[in-house]
Design a protein around this ligand. Structure first.
Ligand code: PEP
Ligand code: MG
Length: 568
């Protein structure tokens, strides 16, 4: 078995076709007739643009506009005079077209690949694609026609460029294995869009296999089997059938309400980090945004985003959701989330230190900017404000006072905003849980952050592998805390949601139904799975199970019972 990055879920079984890499060799001779060399280069660039535009159009039609953007980006880059202009200059100075293309592309690849930002590094791989395509045109090398592979083919390549991927006929390709590329690489994006199982970054795989070998691609776990034993093959044939059945079942939940088996309507929201993710939330059928982690706007910047910049981002998310709720969490800096330009001093215990609402209330001018931006955005959708890491009543009162001041100012200046904008607490500390009854009187809603609630209840650093064995939301103490928070919210008549990872955990869902949680906020890709699980439980069944679970004494017993009771 070989292991790689699980880049596109599902199981593919089939016969291997290795896409050999051509050696892009040429003699870097000095060119005398620079004019005709430039003409040869220009016609290669024209051919590149024409072919790329055709492929982009094809991808747009067959896969979607978002995926076509990758190739459209290549066109934009090649039309940028800083790339082709530089190449032209080198040719005018006597270099052959191939070496001019290689030198300029390598210069840009080197520059982009050193950058910290994932998007910028992706640009390096775009330019690498452009370089290979241009060199192939100049050297007259024809690629293997992937559109002609037989049904049940597993493609194996060093890398799968967008141009190769554009030729894929979904029905014929059972899986993809590559030697390079990560979860956010183009191969991964396109494989996911085409719903083809893919495992990437399997070292040396092109040399370890040959054409017609049988392969299993487990894109969910990131495993690859070559010429597997009969029992492994038969196990995977069953797994593949189960997976296909499950996917078909999940698709049936698209566009449906989130409702328990006995007809209780619940809300299924999404966790997002950027306005772009808001689109994903809509595409994945989220019924709102339960957590907009606004700190990503601050992290993706080299300085504090201005009120207008923040307003634009919040407004975009609000408009994308078209009137469905968007809960924006105010800056949750500190702990494991560092924002260098804020110059927060190093602390012995950052998770117990100057973070989130504590930092914000200590830096009111900056907090005012963020709150103003959010309140302004409330004129464009159903925006709500959520305060992270609350530990005492004074904190939520202080934020409410600031918002009241902003409303007064906006009223005087005739700036539009939602007069009923709600302000809620994230309940993610032991203290907030213990005073949930008091906080409920001050809040329009609660959202339980189980990632931190588990950390602070169990006194385990959520990132420390040595104590990870204690970090479980199924610990009796954490479950009691969750139940208590929900009960306090219900008692006070405010809605209680959950935006920690536990909201999407299939084992946790029946307990949350029983405790009375009304809003589940999950990663967009988990919306349908969560909706499907919710649909399988009646309140009575969930109550019976929760009753038994809450009488157990250890985490292991609880997990065991929940696993035994899980509904597939
Ligand atoms: C949480 O703590 O559960 C949560 C959702 O917030 P974060 O993971 O961003 O700390
Ligand atoms: Mg948190």
């Amino acid at each position: 078995m070989y292991n790689g990055i699980a880049a596109s879920r599902g199981i593919g079984i089939g016969s291997i076709c290795v896409i050999a890499e051509h050696e892009l060799k040429y003699d870097a001779v000095k060119v005398e007739d620079t004019e005709s060399e430039k003409a040869r280069f220009d016609s290669a660039v024209e051919k590149f643009k024409k072919e790329t535009a055709e492929m982009a159009e094809d991808i747009r039609k067959r896969i979607g506009p978002k995926e076509a953007e990758i190739l459209e980006g290549h066109l934009v880059m090649m039309s940028d005079p800083s790339m082709s202009g530089e190449m032209g200059k080198m040719i005018a100075a006597g270099q052959c077209a191939e070496s001019a293309v290689e030198a300029v592309c390598d210069m840009f690849i080197g520059m982009f690949s050193k950058m910290d930002d994932d998007m910028m590094r992706q640009r390096a791989s775009d330019i690498s694609d452009i370089k290979v395509s241009l060199l192939k045109i100049l050297l007259g090398i024809e690629d293997i026609d992937i559109s002609k592979v037989a049904p049940g083919t597993i493609l194996v390549a060093r890398d799968l460029t967008p141009s190769m991927t554009s030729q894929i006929v979904k029905e014929n390709v059972a899986g993809i294995i590559t030697e390079v590329g990560g979860k956010t690489s183009h191969s991964a994006i396109l494989a996911r869009a085409l719903e083809i199982p893919a495992v990437l970054s399997v070292p040396d795989i092109t040399n370890l296999v040959k054409d017609k070998d049988t392969a299993i691609v487990d894109g969910t776990e990131g495993n690859v089997y070559i010429n597997p034993e009969g029992d492994i093959l038969s196990q995977y044939i069953i797994k593949r059938e189960d997976y296909i059945k499950k996917q078909a079942e999940l698709k049936g939940f698209l566009g449906k309400e989130t409702v328990t088996a006995d007809g209780i309507n619940l809300e299924l929201f999404c966790n997002i980090g950027t306005p772009k993710d808001a689109k994903k939330a809509v595409e994945c059928d989220g019924e709102g945004v339960g957590l907009f982690r606004s700190e990503f706007l601050f992290m993706d910047n080299t300085k504090m985003p201005t009120e207008d910049e923040q307003f634009a981002a919040y407004k975009e998310a609000a408009e994308t959701l078209g009137g469905k709720p968007v809960i924006i969490r105010t800056l949750d800096v500190g702990g494991d989330k560092d924002i260098p330009y804020l110059n927060i001093k190093k602390e012995e215990n950052p998770f117990l230190g100057y973070r989130a609402v504590r930092y914000c209330l200590g830096n009111r001018d900056n907090y005012m900017i963020q709150l103003r931006a959010i309140v302004r955005a409330s004129a464009f959708g159903k925006v709500k404000i959520m305060v992270p890491l609350v530990t005492c009543v004074e904190e939520i009162r202080a934020v409410k006072e600031m918002v009241a001041e902003i409303k007064k100012d906006f009223g005087e200046k005739n700036i539009a905003y939602d007069k009923d904008i709600e302000i809620g607490c994230m309940i993610e500390t032991a203290s907030a849980s213990l005073i949930a009854d008091l906080l409920a009187k001050e809040s329009d809603f609660f959202s339980i952050g189980t990632n931190d609630l588990t950390q602070y209840t169990m006194s385990v650093d959520r990132g420390n592998a040595d104590v990870a064995y204690l970090y479980s939301t199924f610990q009796p103490s954490v479950l009691r805390s969750i139940k208590h928070i929900i009960e306090c919210g219900v008692e006070a008549g405010i809605p209680v949601g959950m935006c920690g990872e536990a909201a999407a955990d299939p084992l946790m869902i029946p307990l949350l139904i029983s405790f009375g949680l009304t809003e589940f906020s999950v990663n967009p890709v988990l919306v349908l799975t969560a909706r499907c699980i919710i649909s399988k439980w009646t309140k009575k069944e969930a109550d019976d199970l929760a009753g038994k679970v809450m009488s157990l004494e250890t985490e292991a017993e609880i997990q065991k019972l929940l696993k035994e009771s899980a509904k597939e």
